[in-house]
Design a protein around this ligand. Structure first.
Ligand SMILES: C[S@@+](CC[C@H](N)C(=O)[O-])C[C@H]1O[C@@H](n2cnc3c(N)ncnc32)[C@H](O)[C@@H]1O
Length: 236
């Protein structure tokens, strides 16, 4: 690997290698199997399909996907998250999930081309330049017309409104310690992680061989993108 290549195996911002962060993650984030099933339906995932979940965390989506498709590749840079997700899948006797230690920039997909790639609340761990590289790599992993779903903290307020909007977002979302992500967690996200503007994500998707089929803007801080691969985008 060239010495300029980004090391995406190290944790940025919140440390998801930390055992306490893993143990409390589902309580803080909330999991919703019904929403995951609805997403799988939206993606058109069927029994023969190959799904990749990048930044799989505790494995909630990957496990739900495994019930509906041929094989899931559950990828994460955190060995602790992967261990937790692996145990959870084993408890449910699911054998069609391959757990892989790697990230957007380091995971090497050696399975069949994916019918769908899902990444929820993980893409913001990369700086914008590297988001572009990650999209090229995900394009290469997908079959023609395969689907990409990105859900994340995405900014859709004007830059000049950042102070008011960020304060309002934290006030809206933060919970007391033990009840969810705290003010300090959200501050870490804004300060140390790389959530970016919607127009940057849209521009990157359009330049890396994706068509945005549906954009769901939940509020000024959250947007989902449902996309299809419409052109090859090889990194050569
Ligand atoms: C906020 S959690 C999201 C977990 C899960 N996708 C969910 O929606 O609950 C972010 C996850 O992304 C992982 N992560 C961080 N940087 C990453 C990278 N460069 N590539 C892949 N995963 C990464 C973290 O280890 C963590 O498990």
């Amino acid at each position: 690997m060239a010495d300029w290549y980004y090391d995406d195996l190290r944790q940025v911002g919140l440390d998801f290698e930390n055992a306490a962060a893993v143990a409390t993650y589902d309580r803080n984030q909330g999991t919703d199997a019904a929403a995951d099933r609805a997403l799988l339906e939206q993606l058109g995932v069927g029994a023969d399909d190959v799904v990749i979940d990048v930044g799989c965390g505790t494995g909630a989506f990957a496990i739900e996907a495994a019930r509906h498709c041929r094989i899931v590749y559950a990828v994460d840079v955190s060995a602790s998250m992967l261990a937790h997700a692996r145990e959870r899948a084993a408890r449910q006797a699911l054998r069609n999930i391959e757990f892989r230690h790697g990230g957007f920039l380091s995971y090497r997909h050696d399975g069949p081309p994916a019918d769908a790639i899902v990444t929820k609340y993980a893409f913001h761990h990369l700086p914008d330049f590297w988001k572009g590289v990650a999209l090229v790599r995900m394009n290469e992993m997908l079959r023609t017309a395969g689907r990409l779903f990105i859900s994340d903290v995405v900014i859709s307020f004007p830059p000049a409104e950042h102070r008011r909007e960020i304060e309002a977002w934290i006030a809206r979302m933060a919970r007391p310690s033990g009840d969810g992500f705290t003010v300090a967690d959200f501050a870490t996200h804004v300060r140390d992680e790389y959530s970016t503007y919607d127009w940057i994500i849209v521009g990157l998707l359009e330049r890396t061989g994706f068509r945005i089929d549906r954009k769901m803007r939940w509020d000024a801080a959250y947007t989902d993108y449902l996309c299809s691969k419409n052109a090859e985008c090889s990194a050569i």
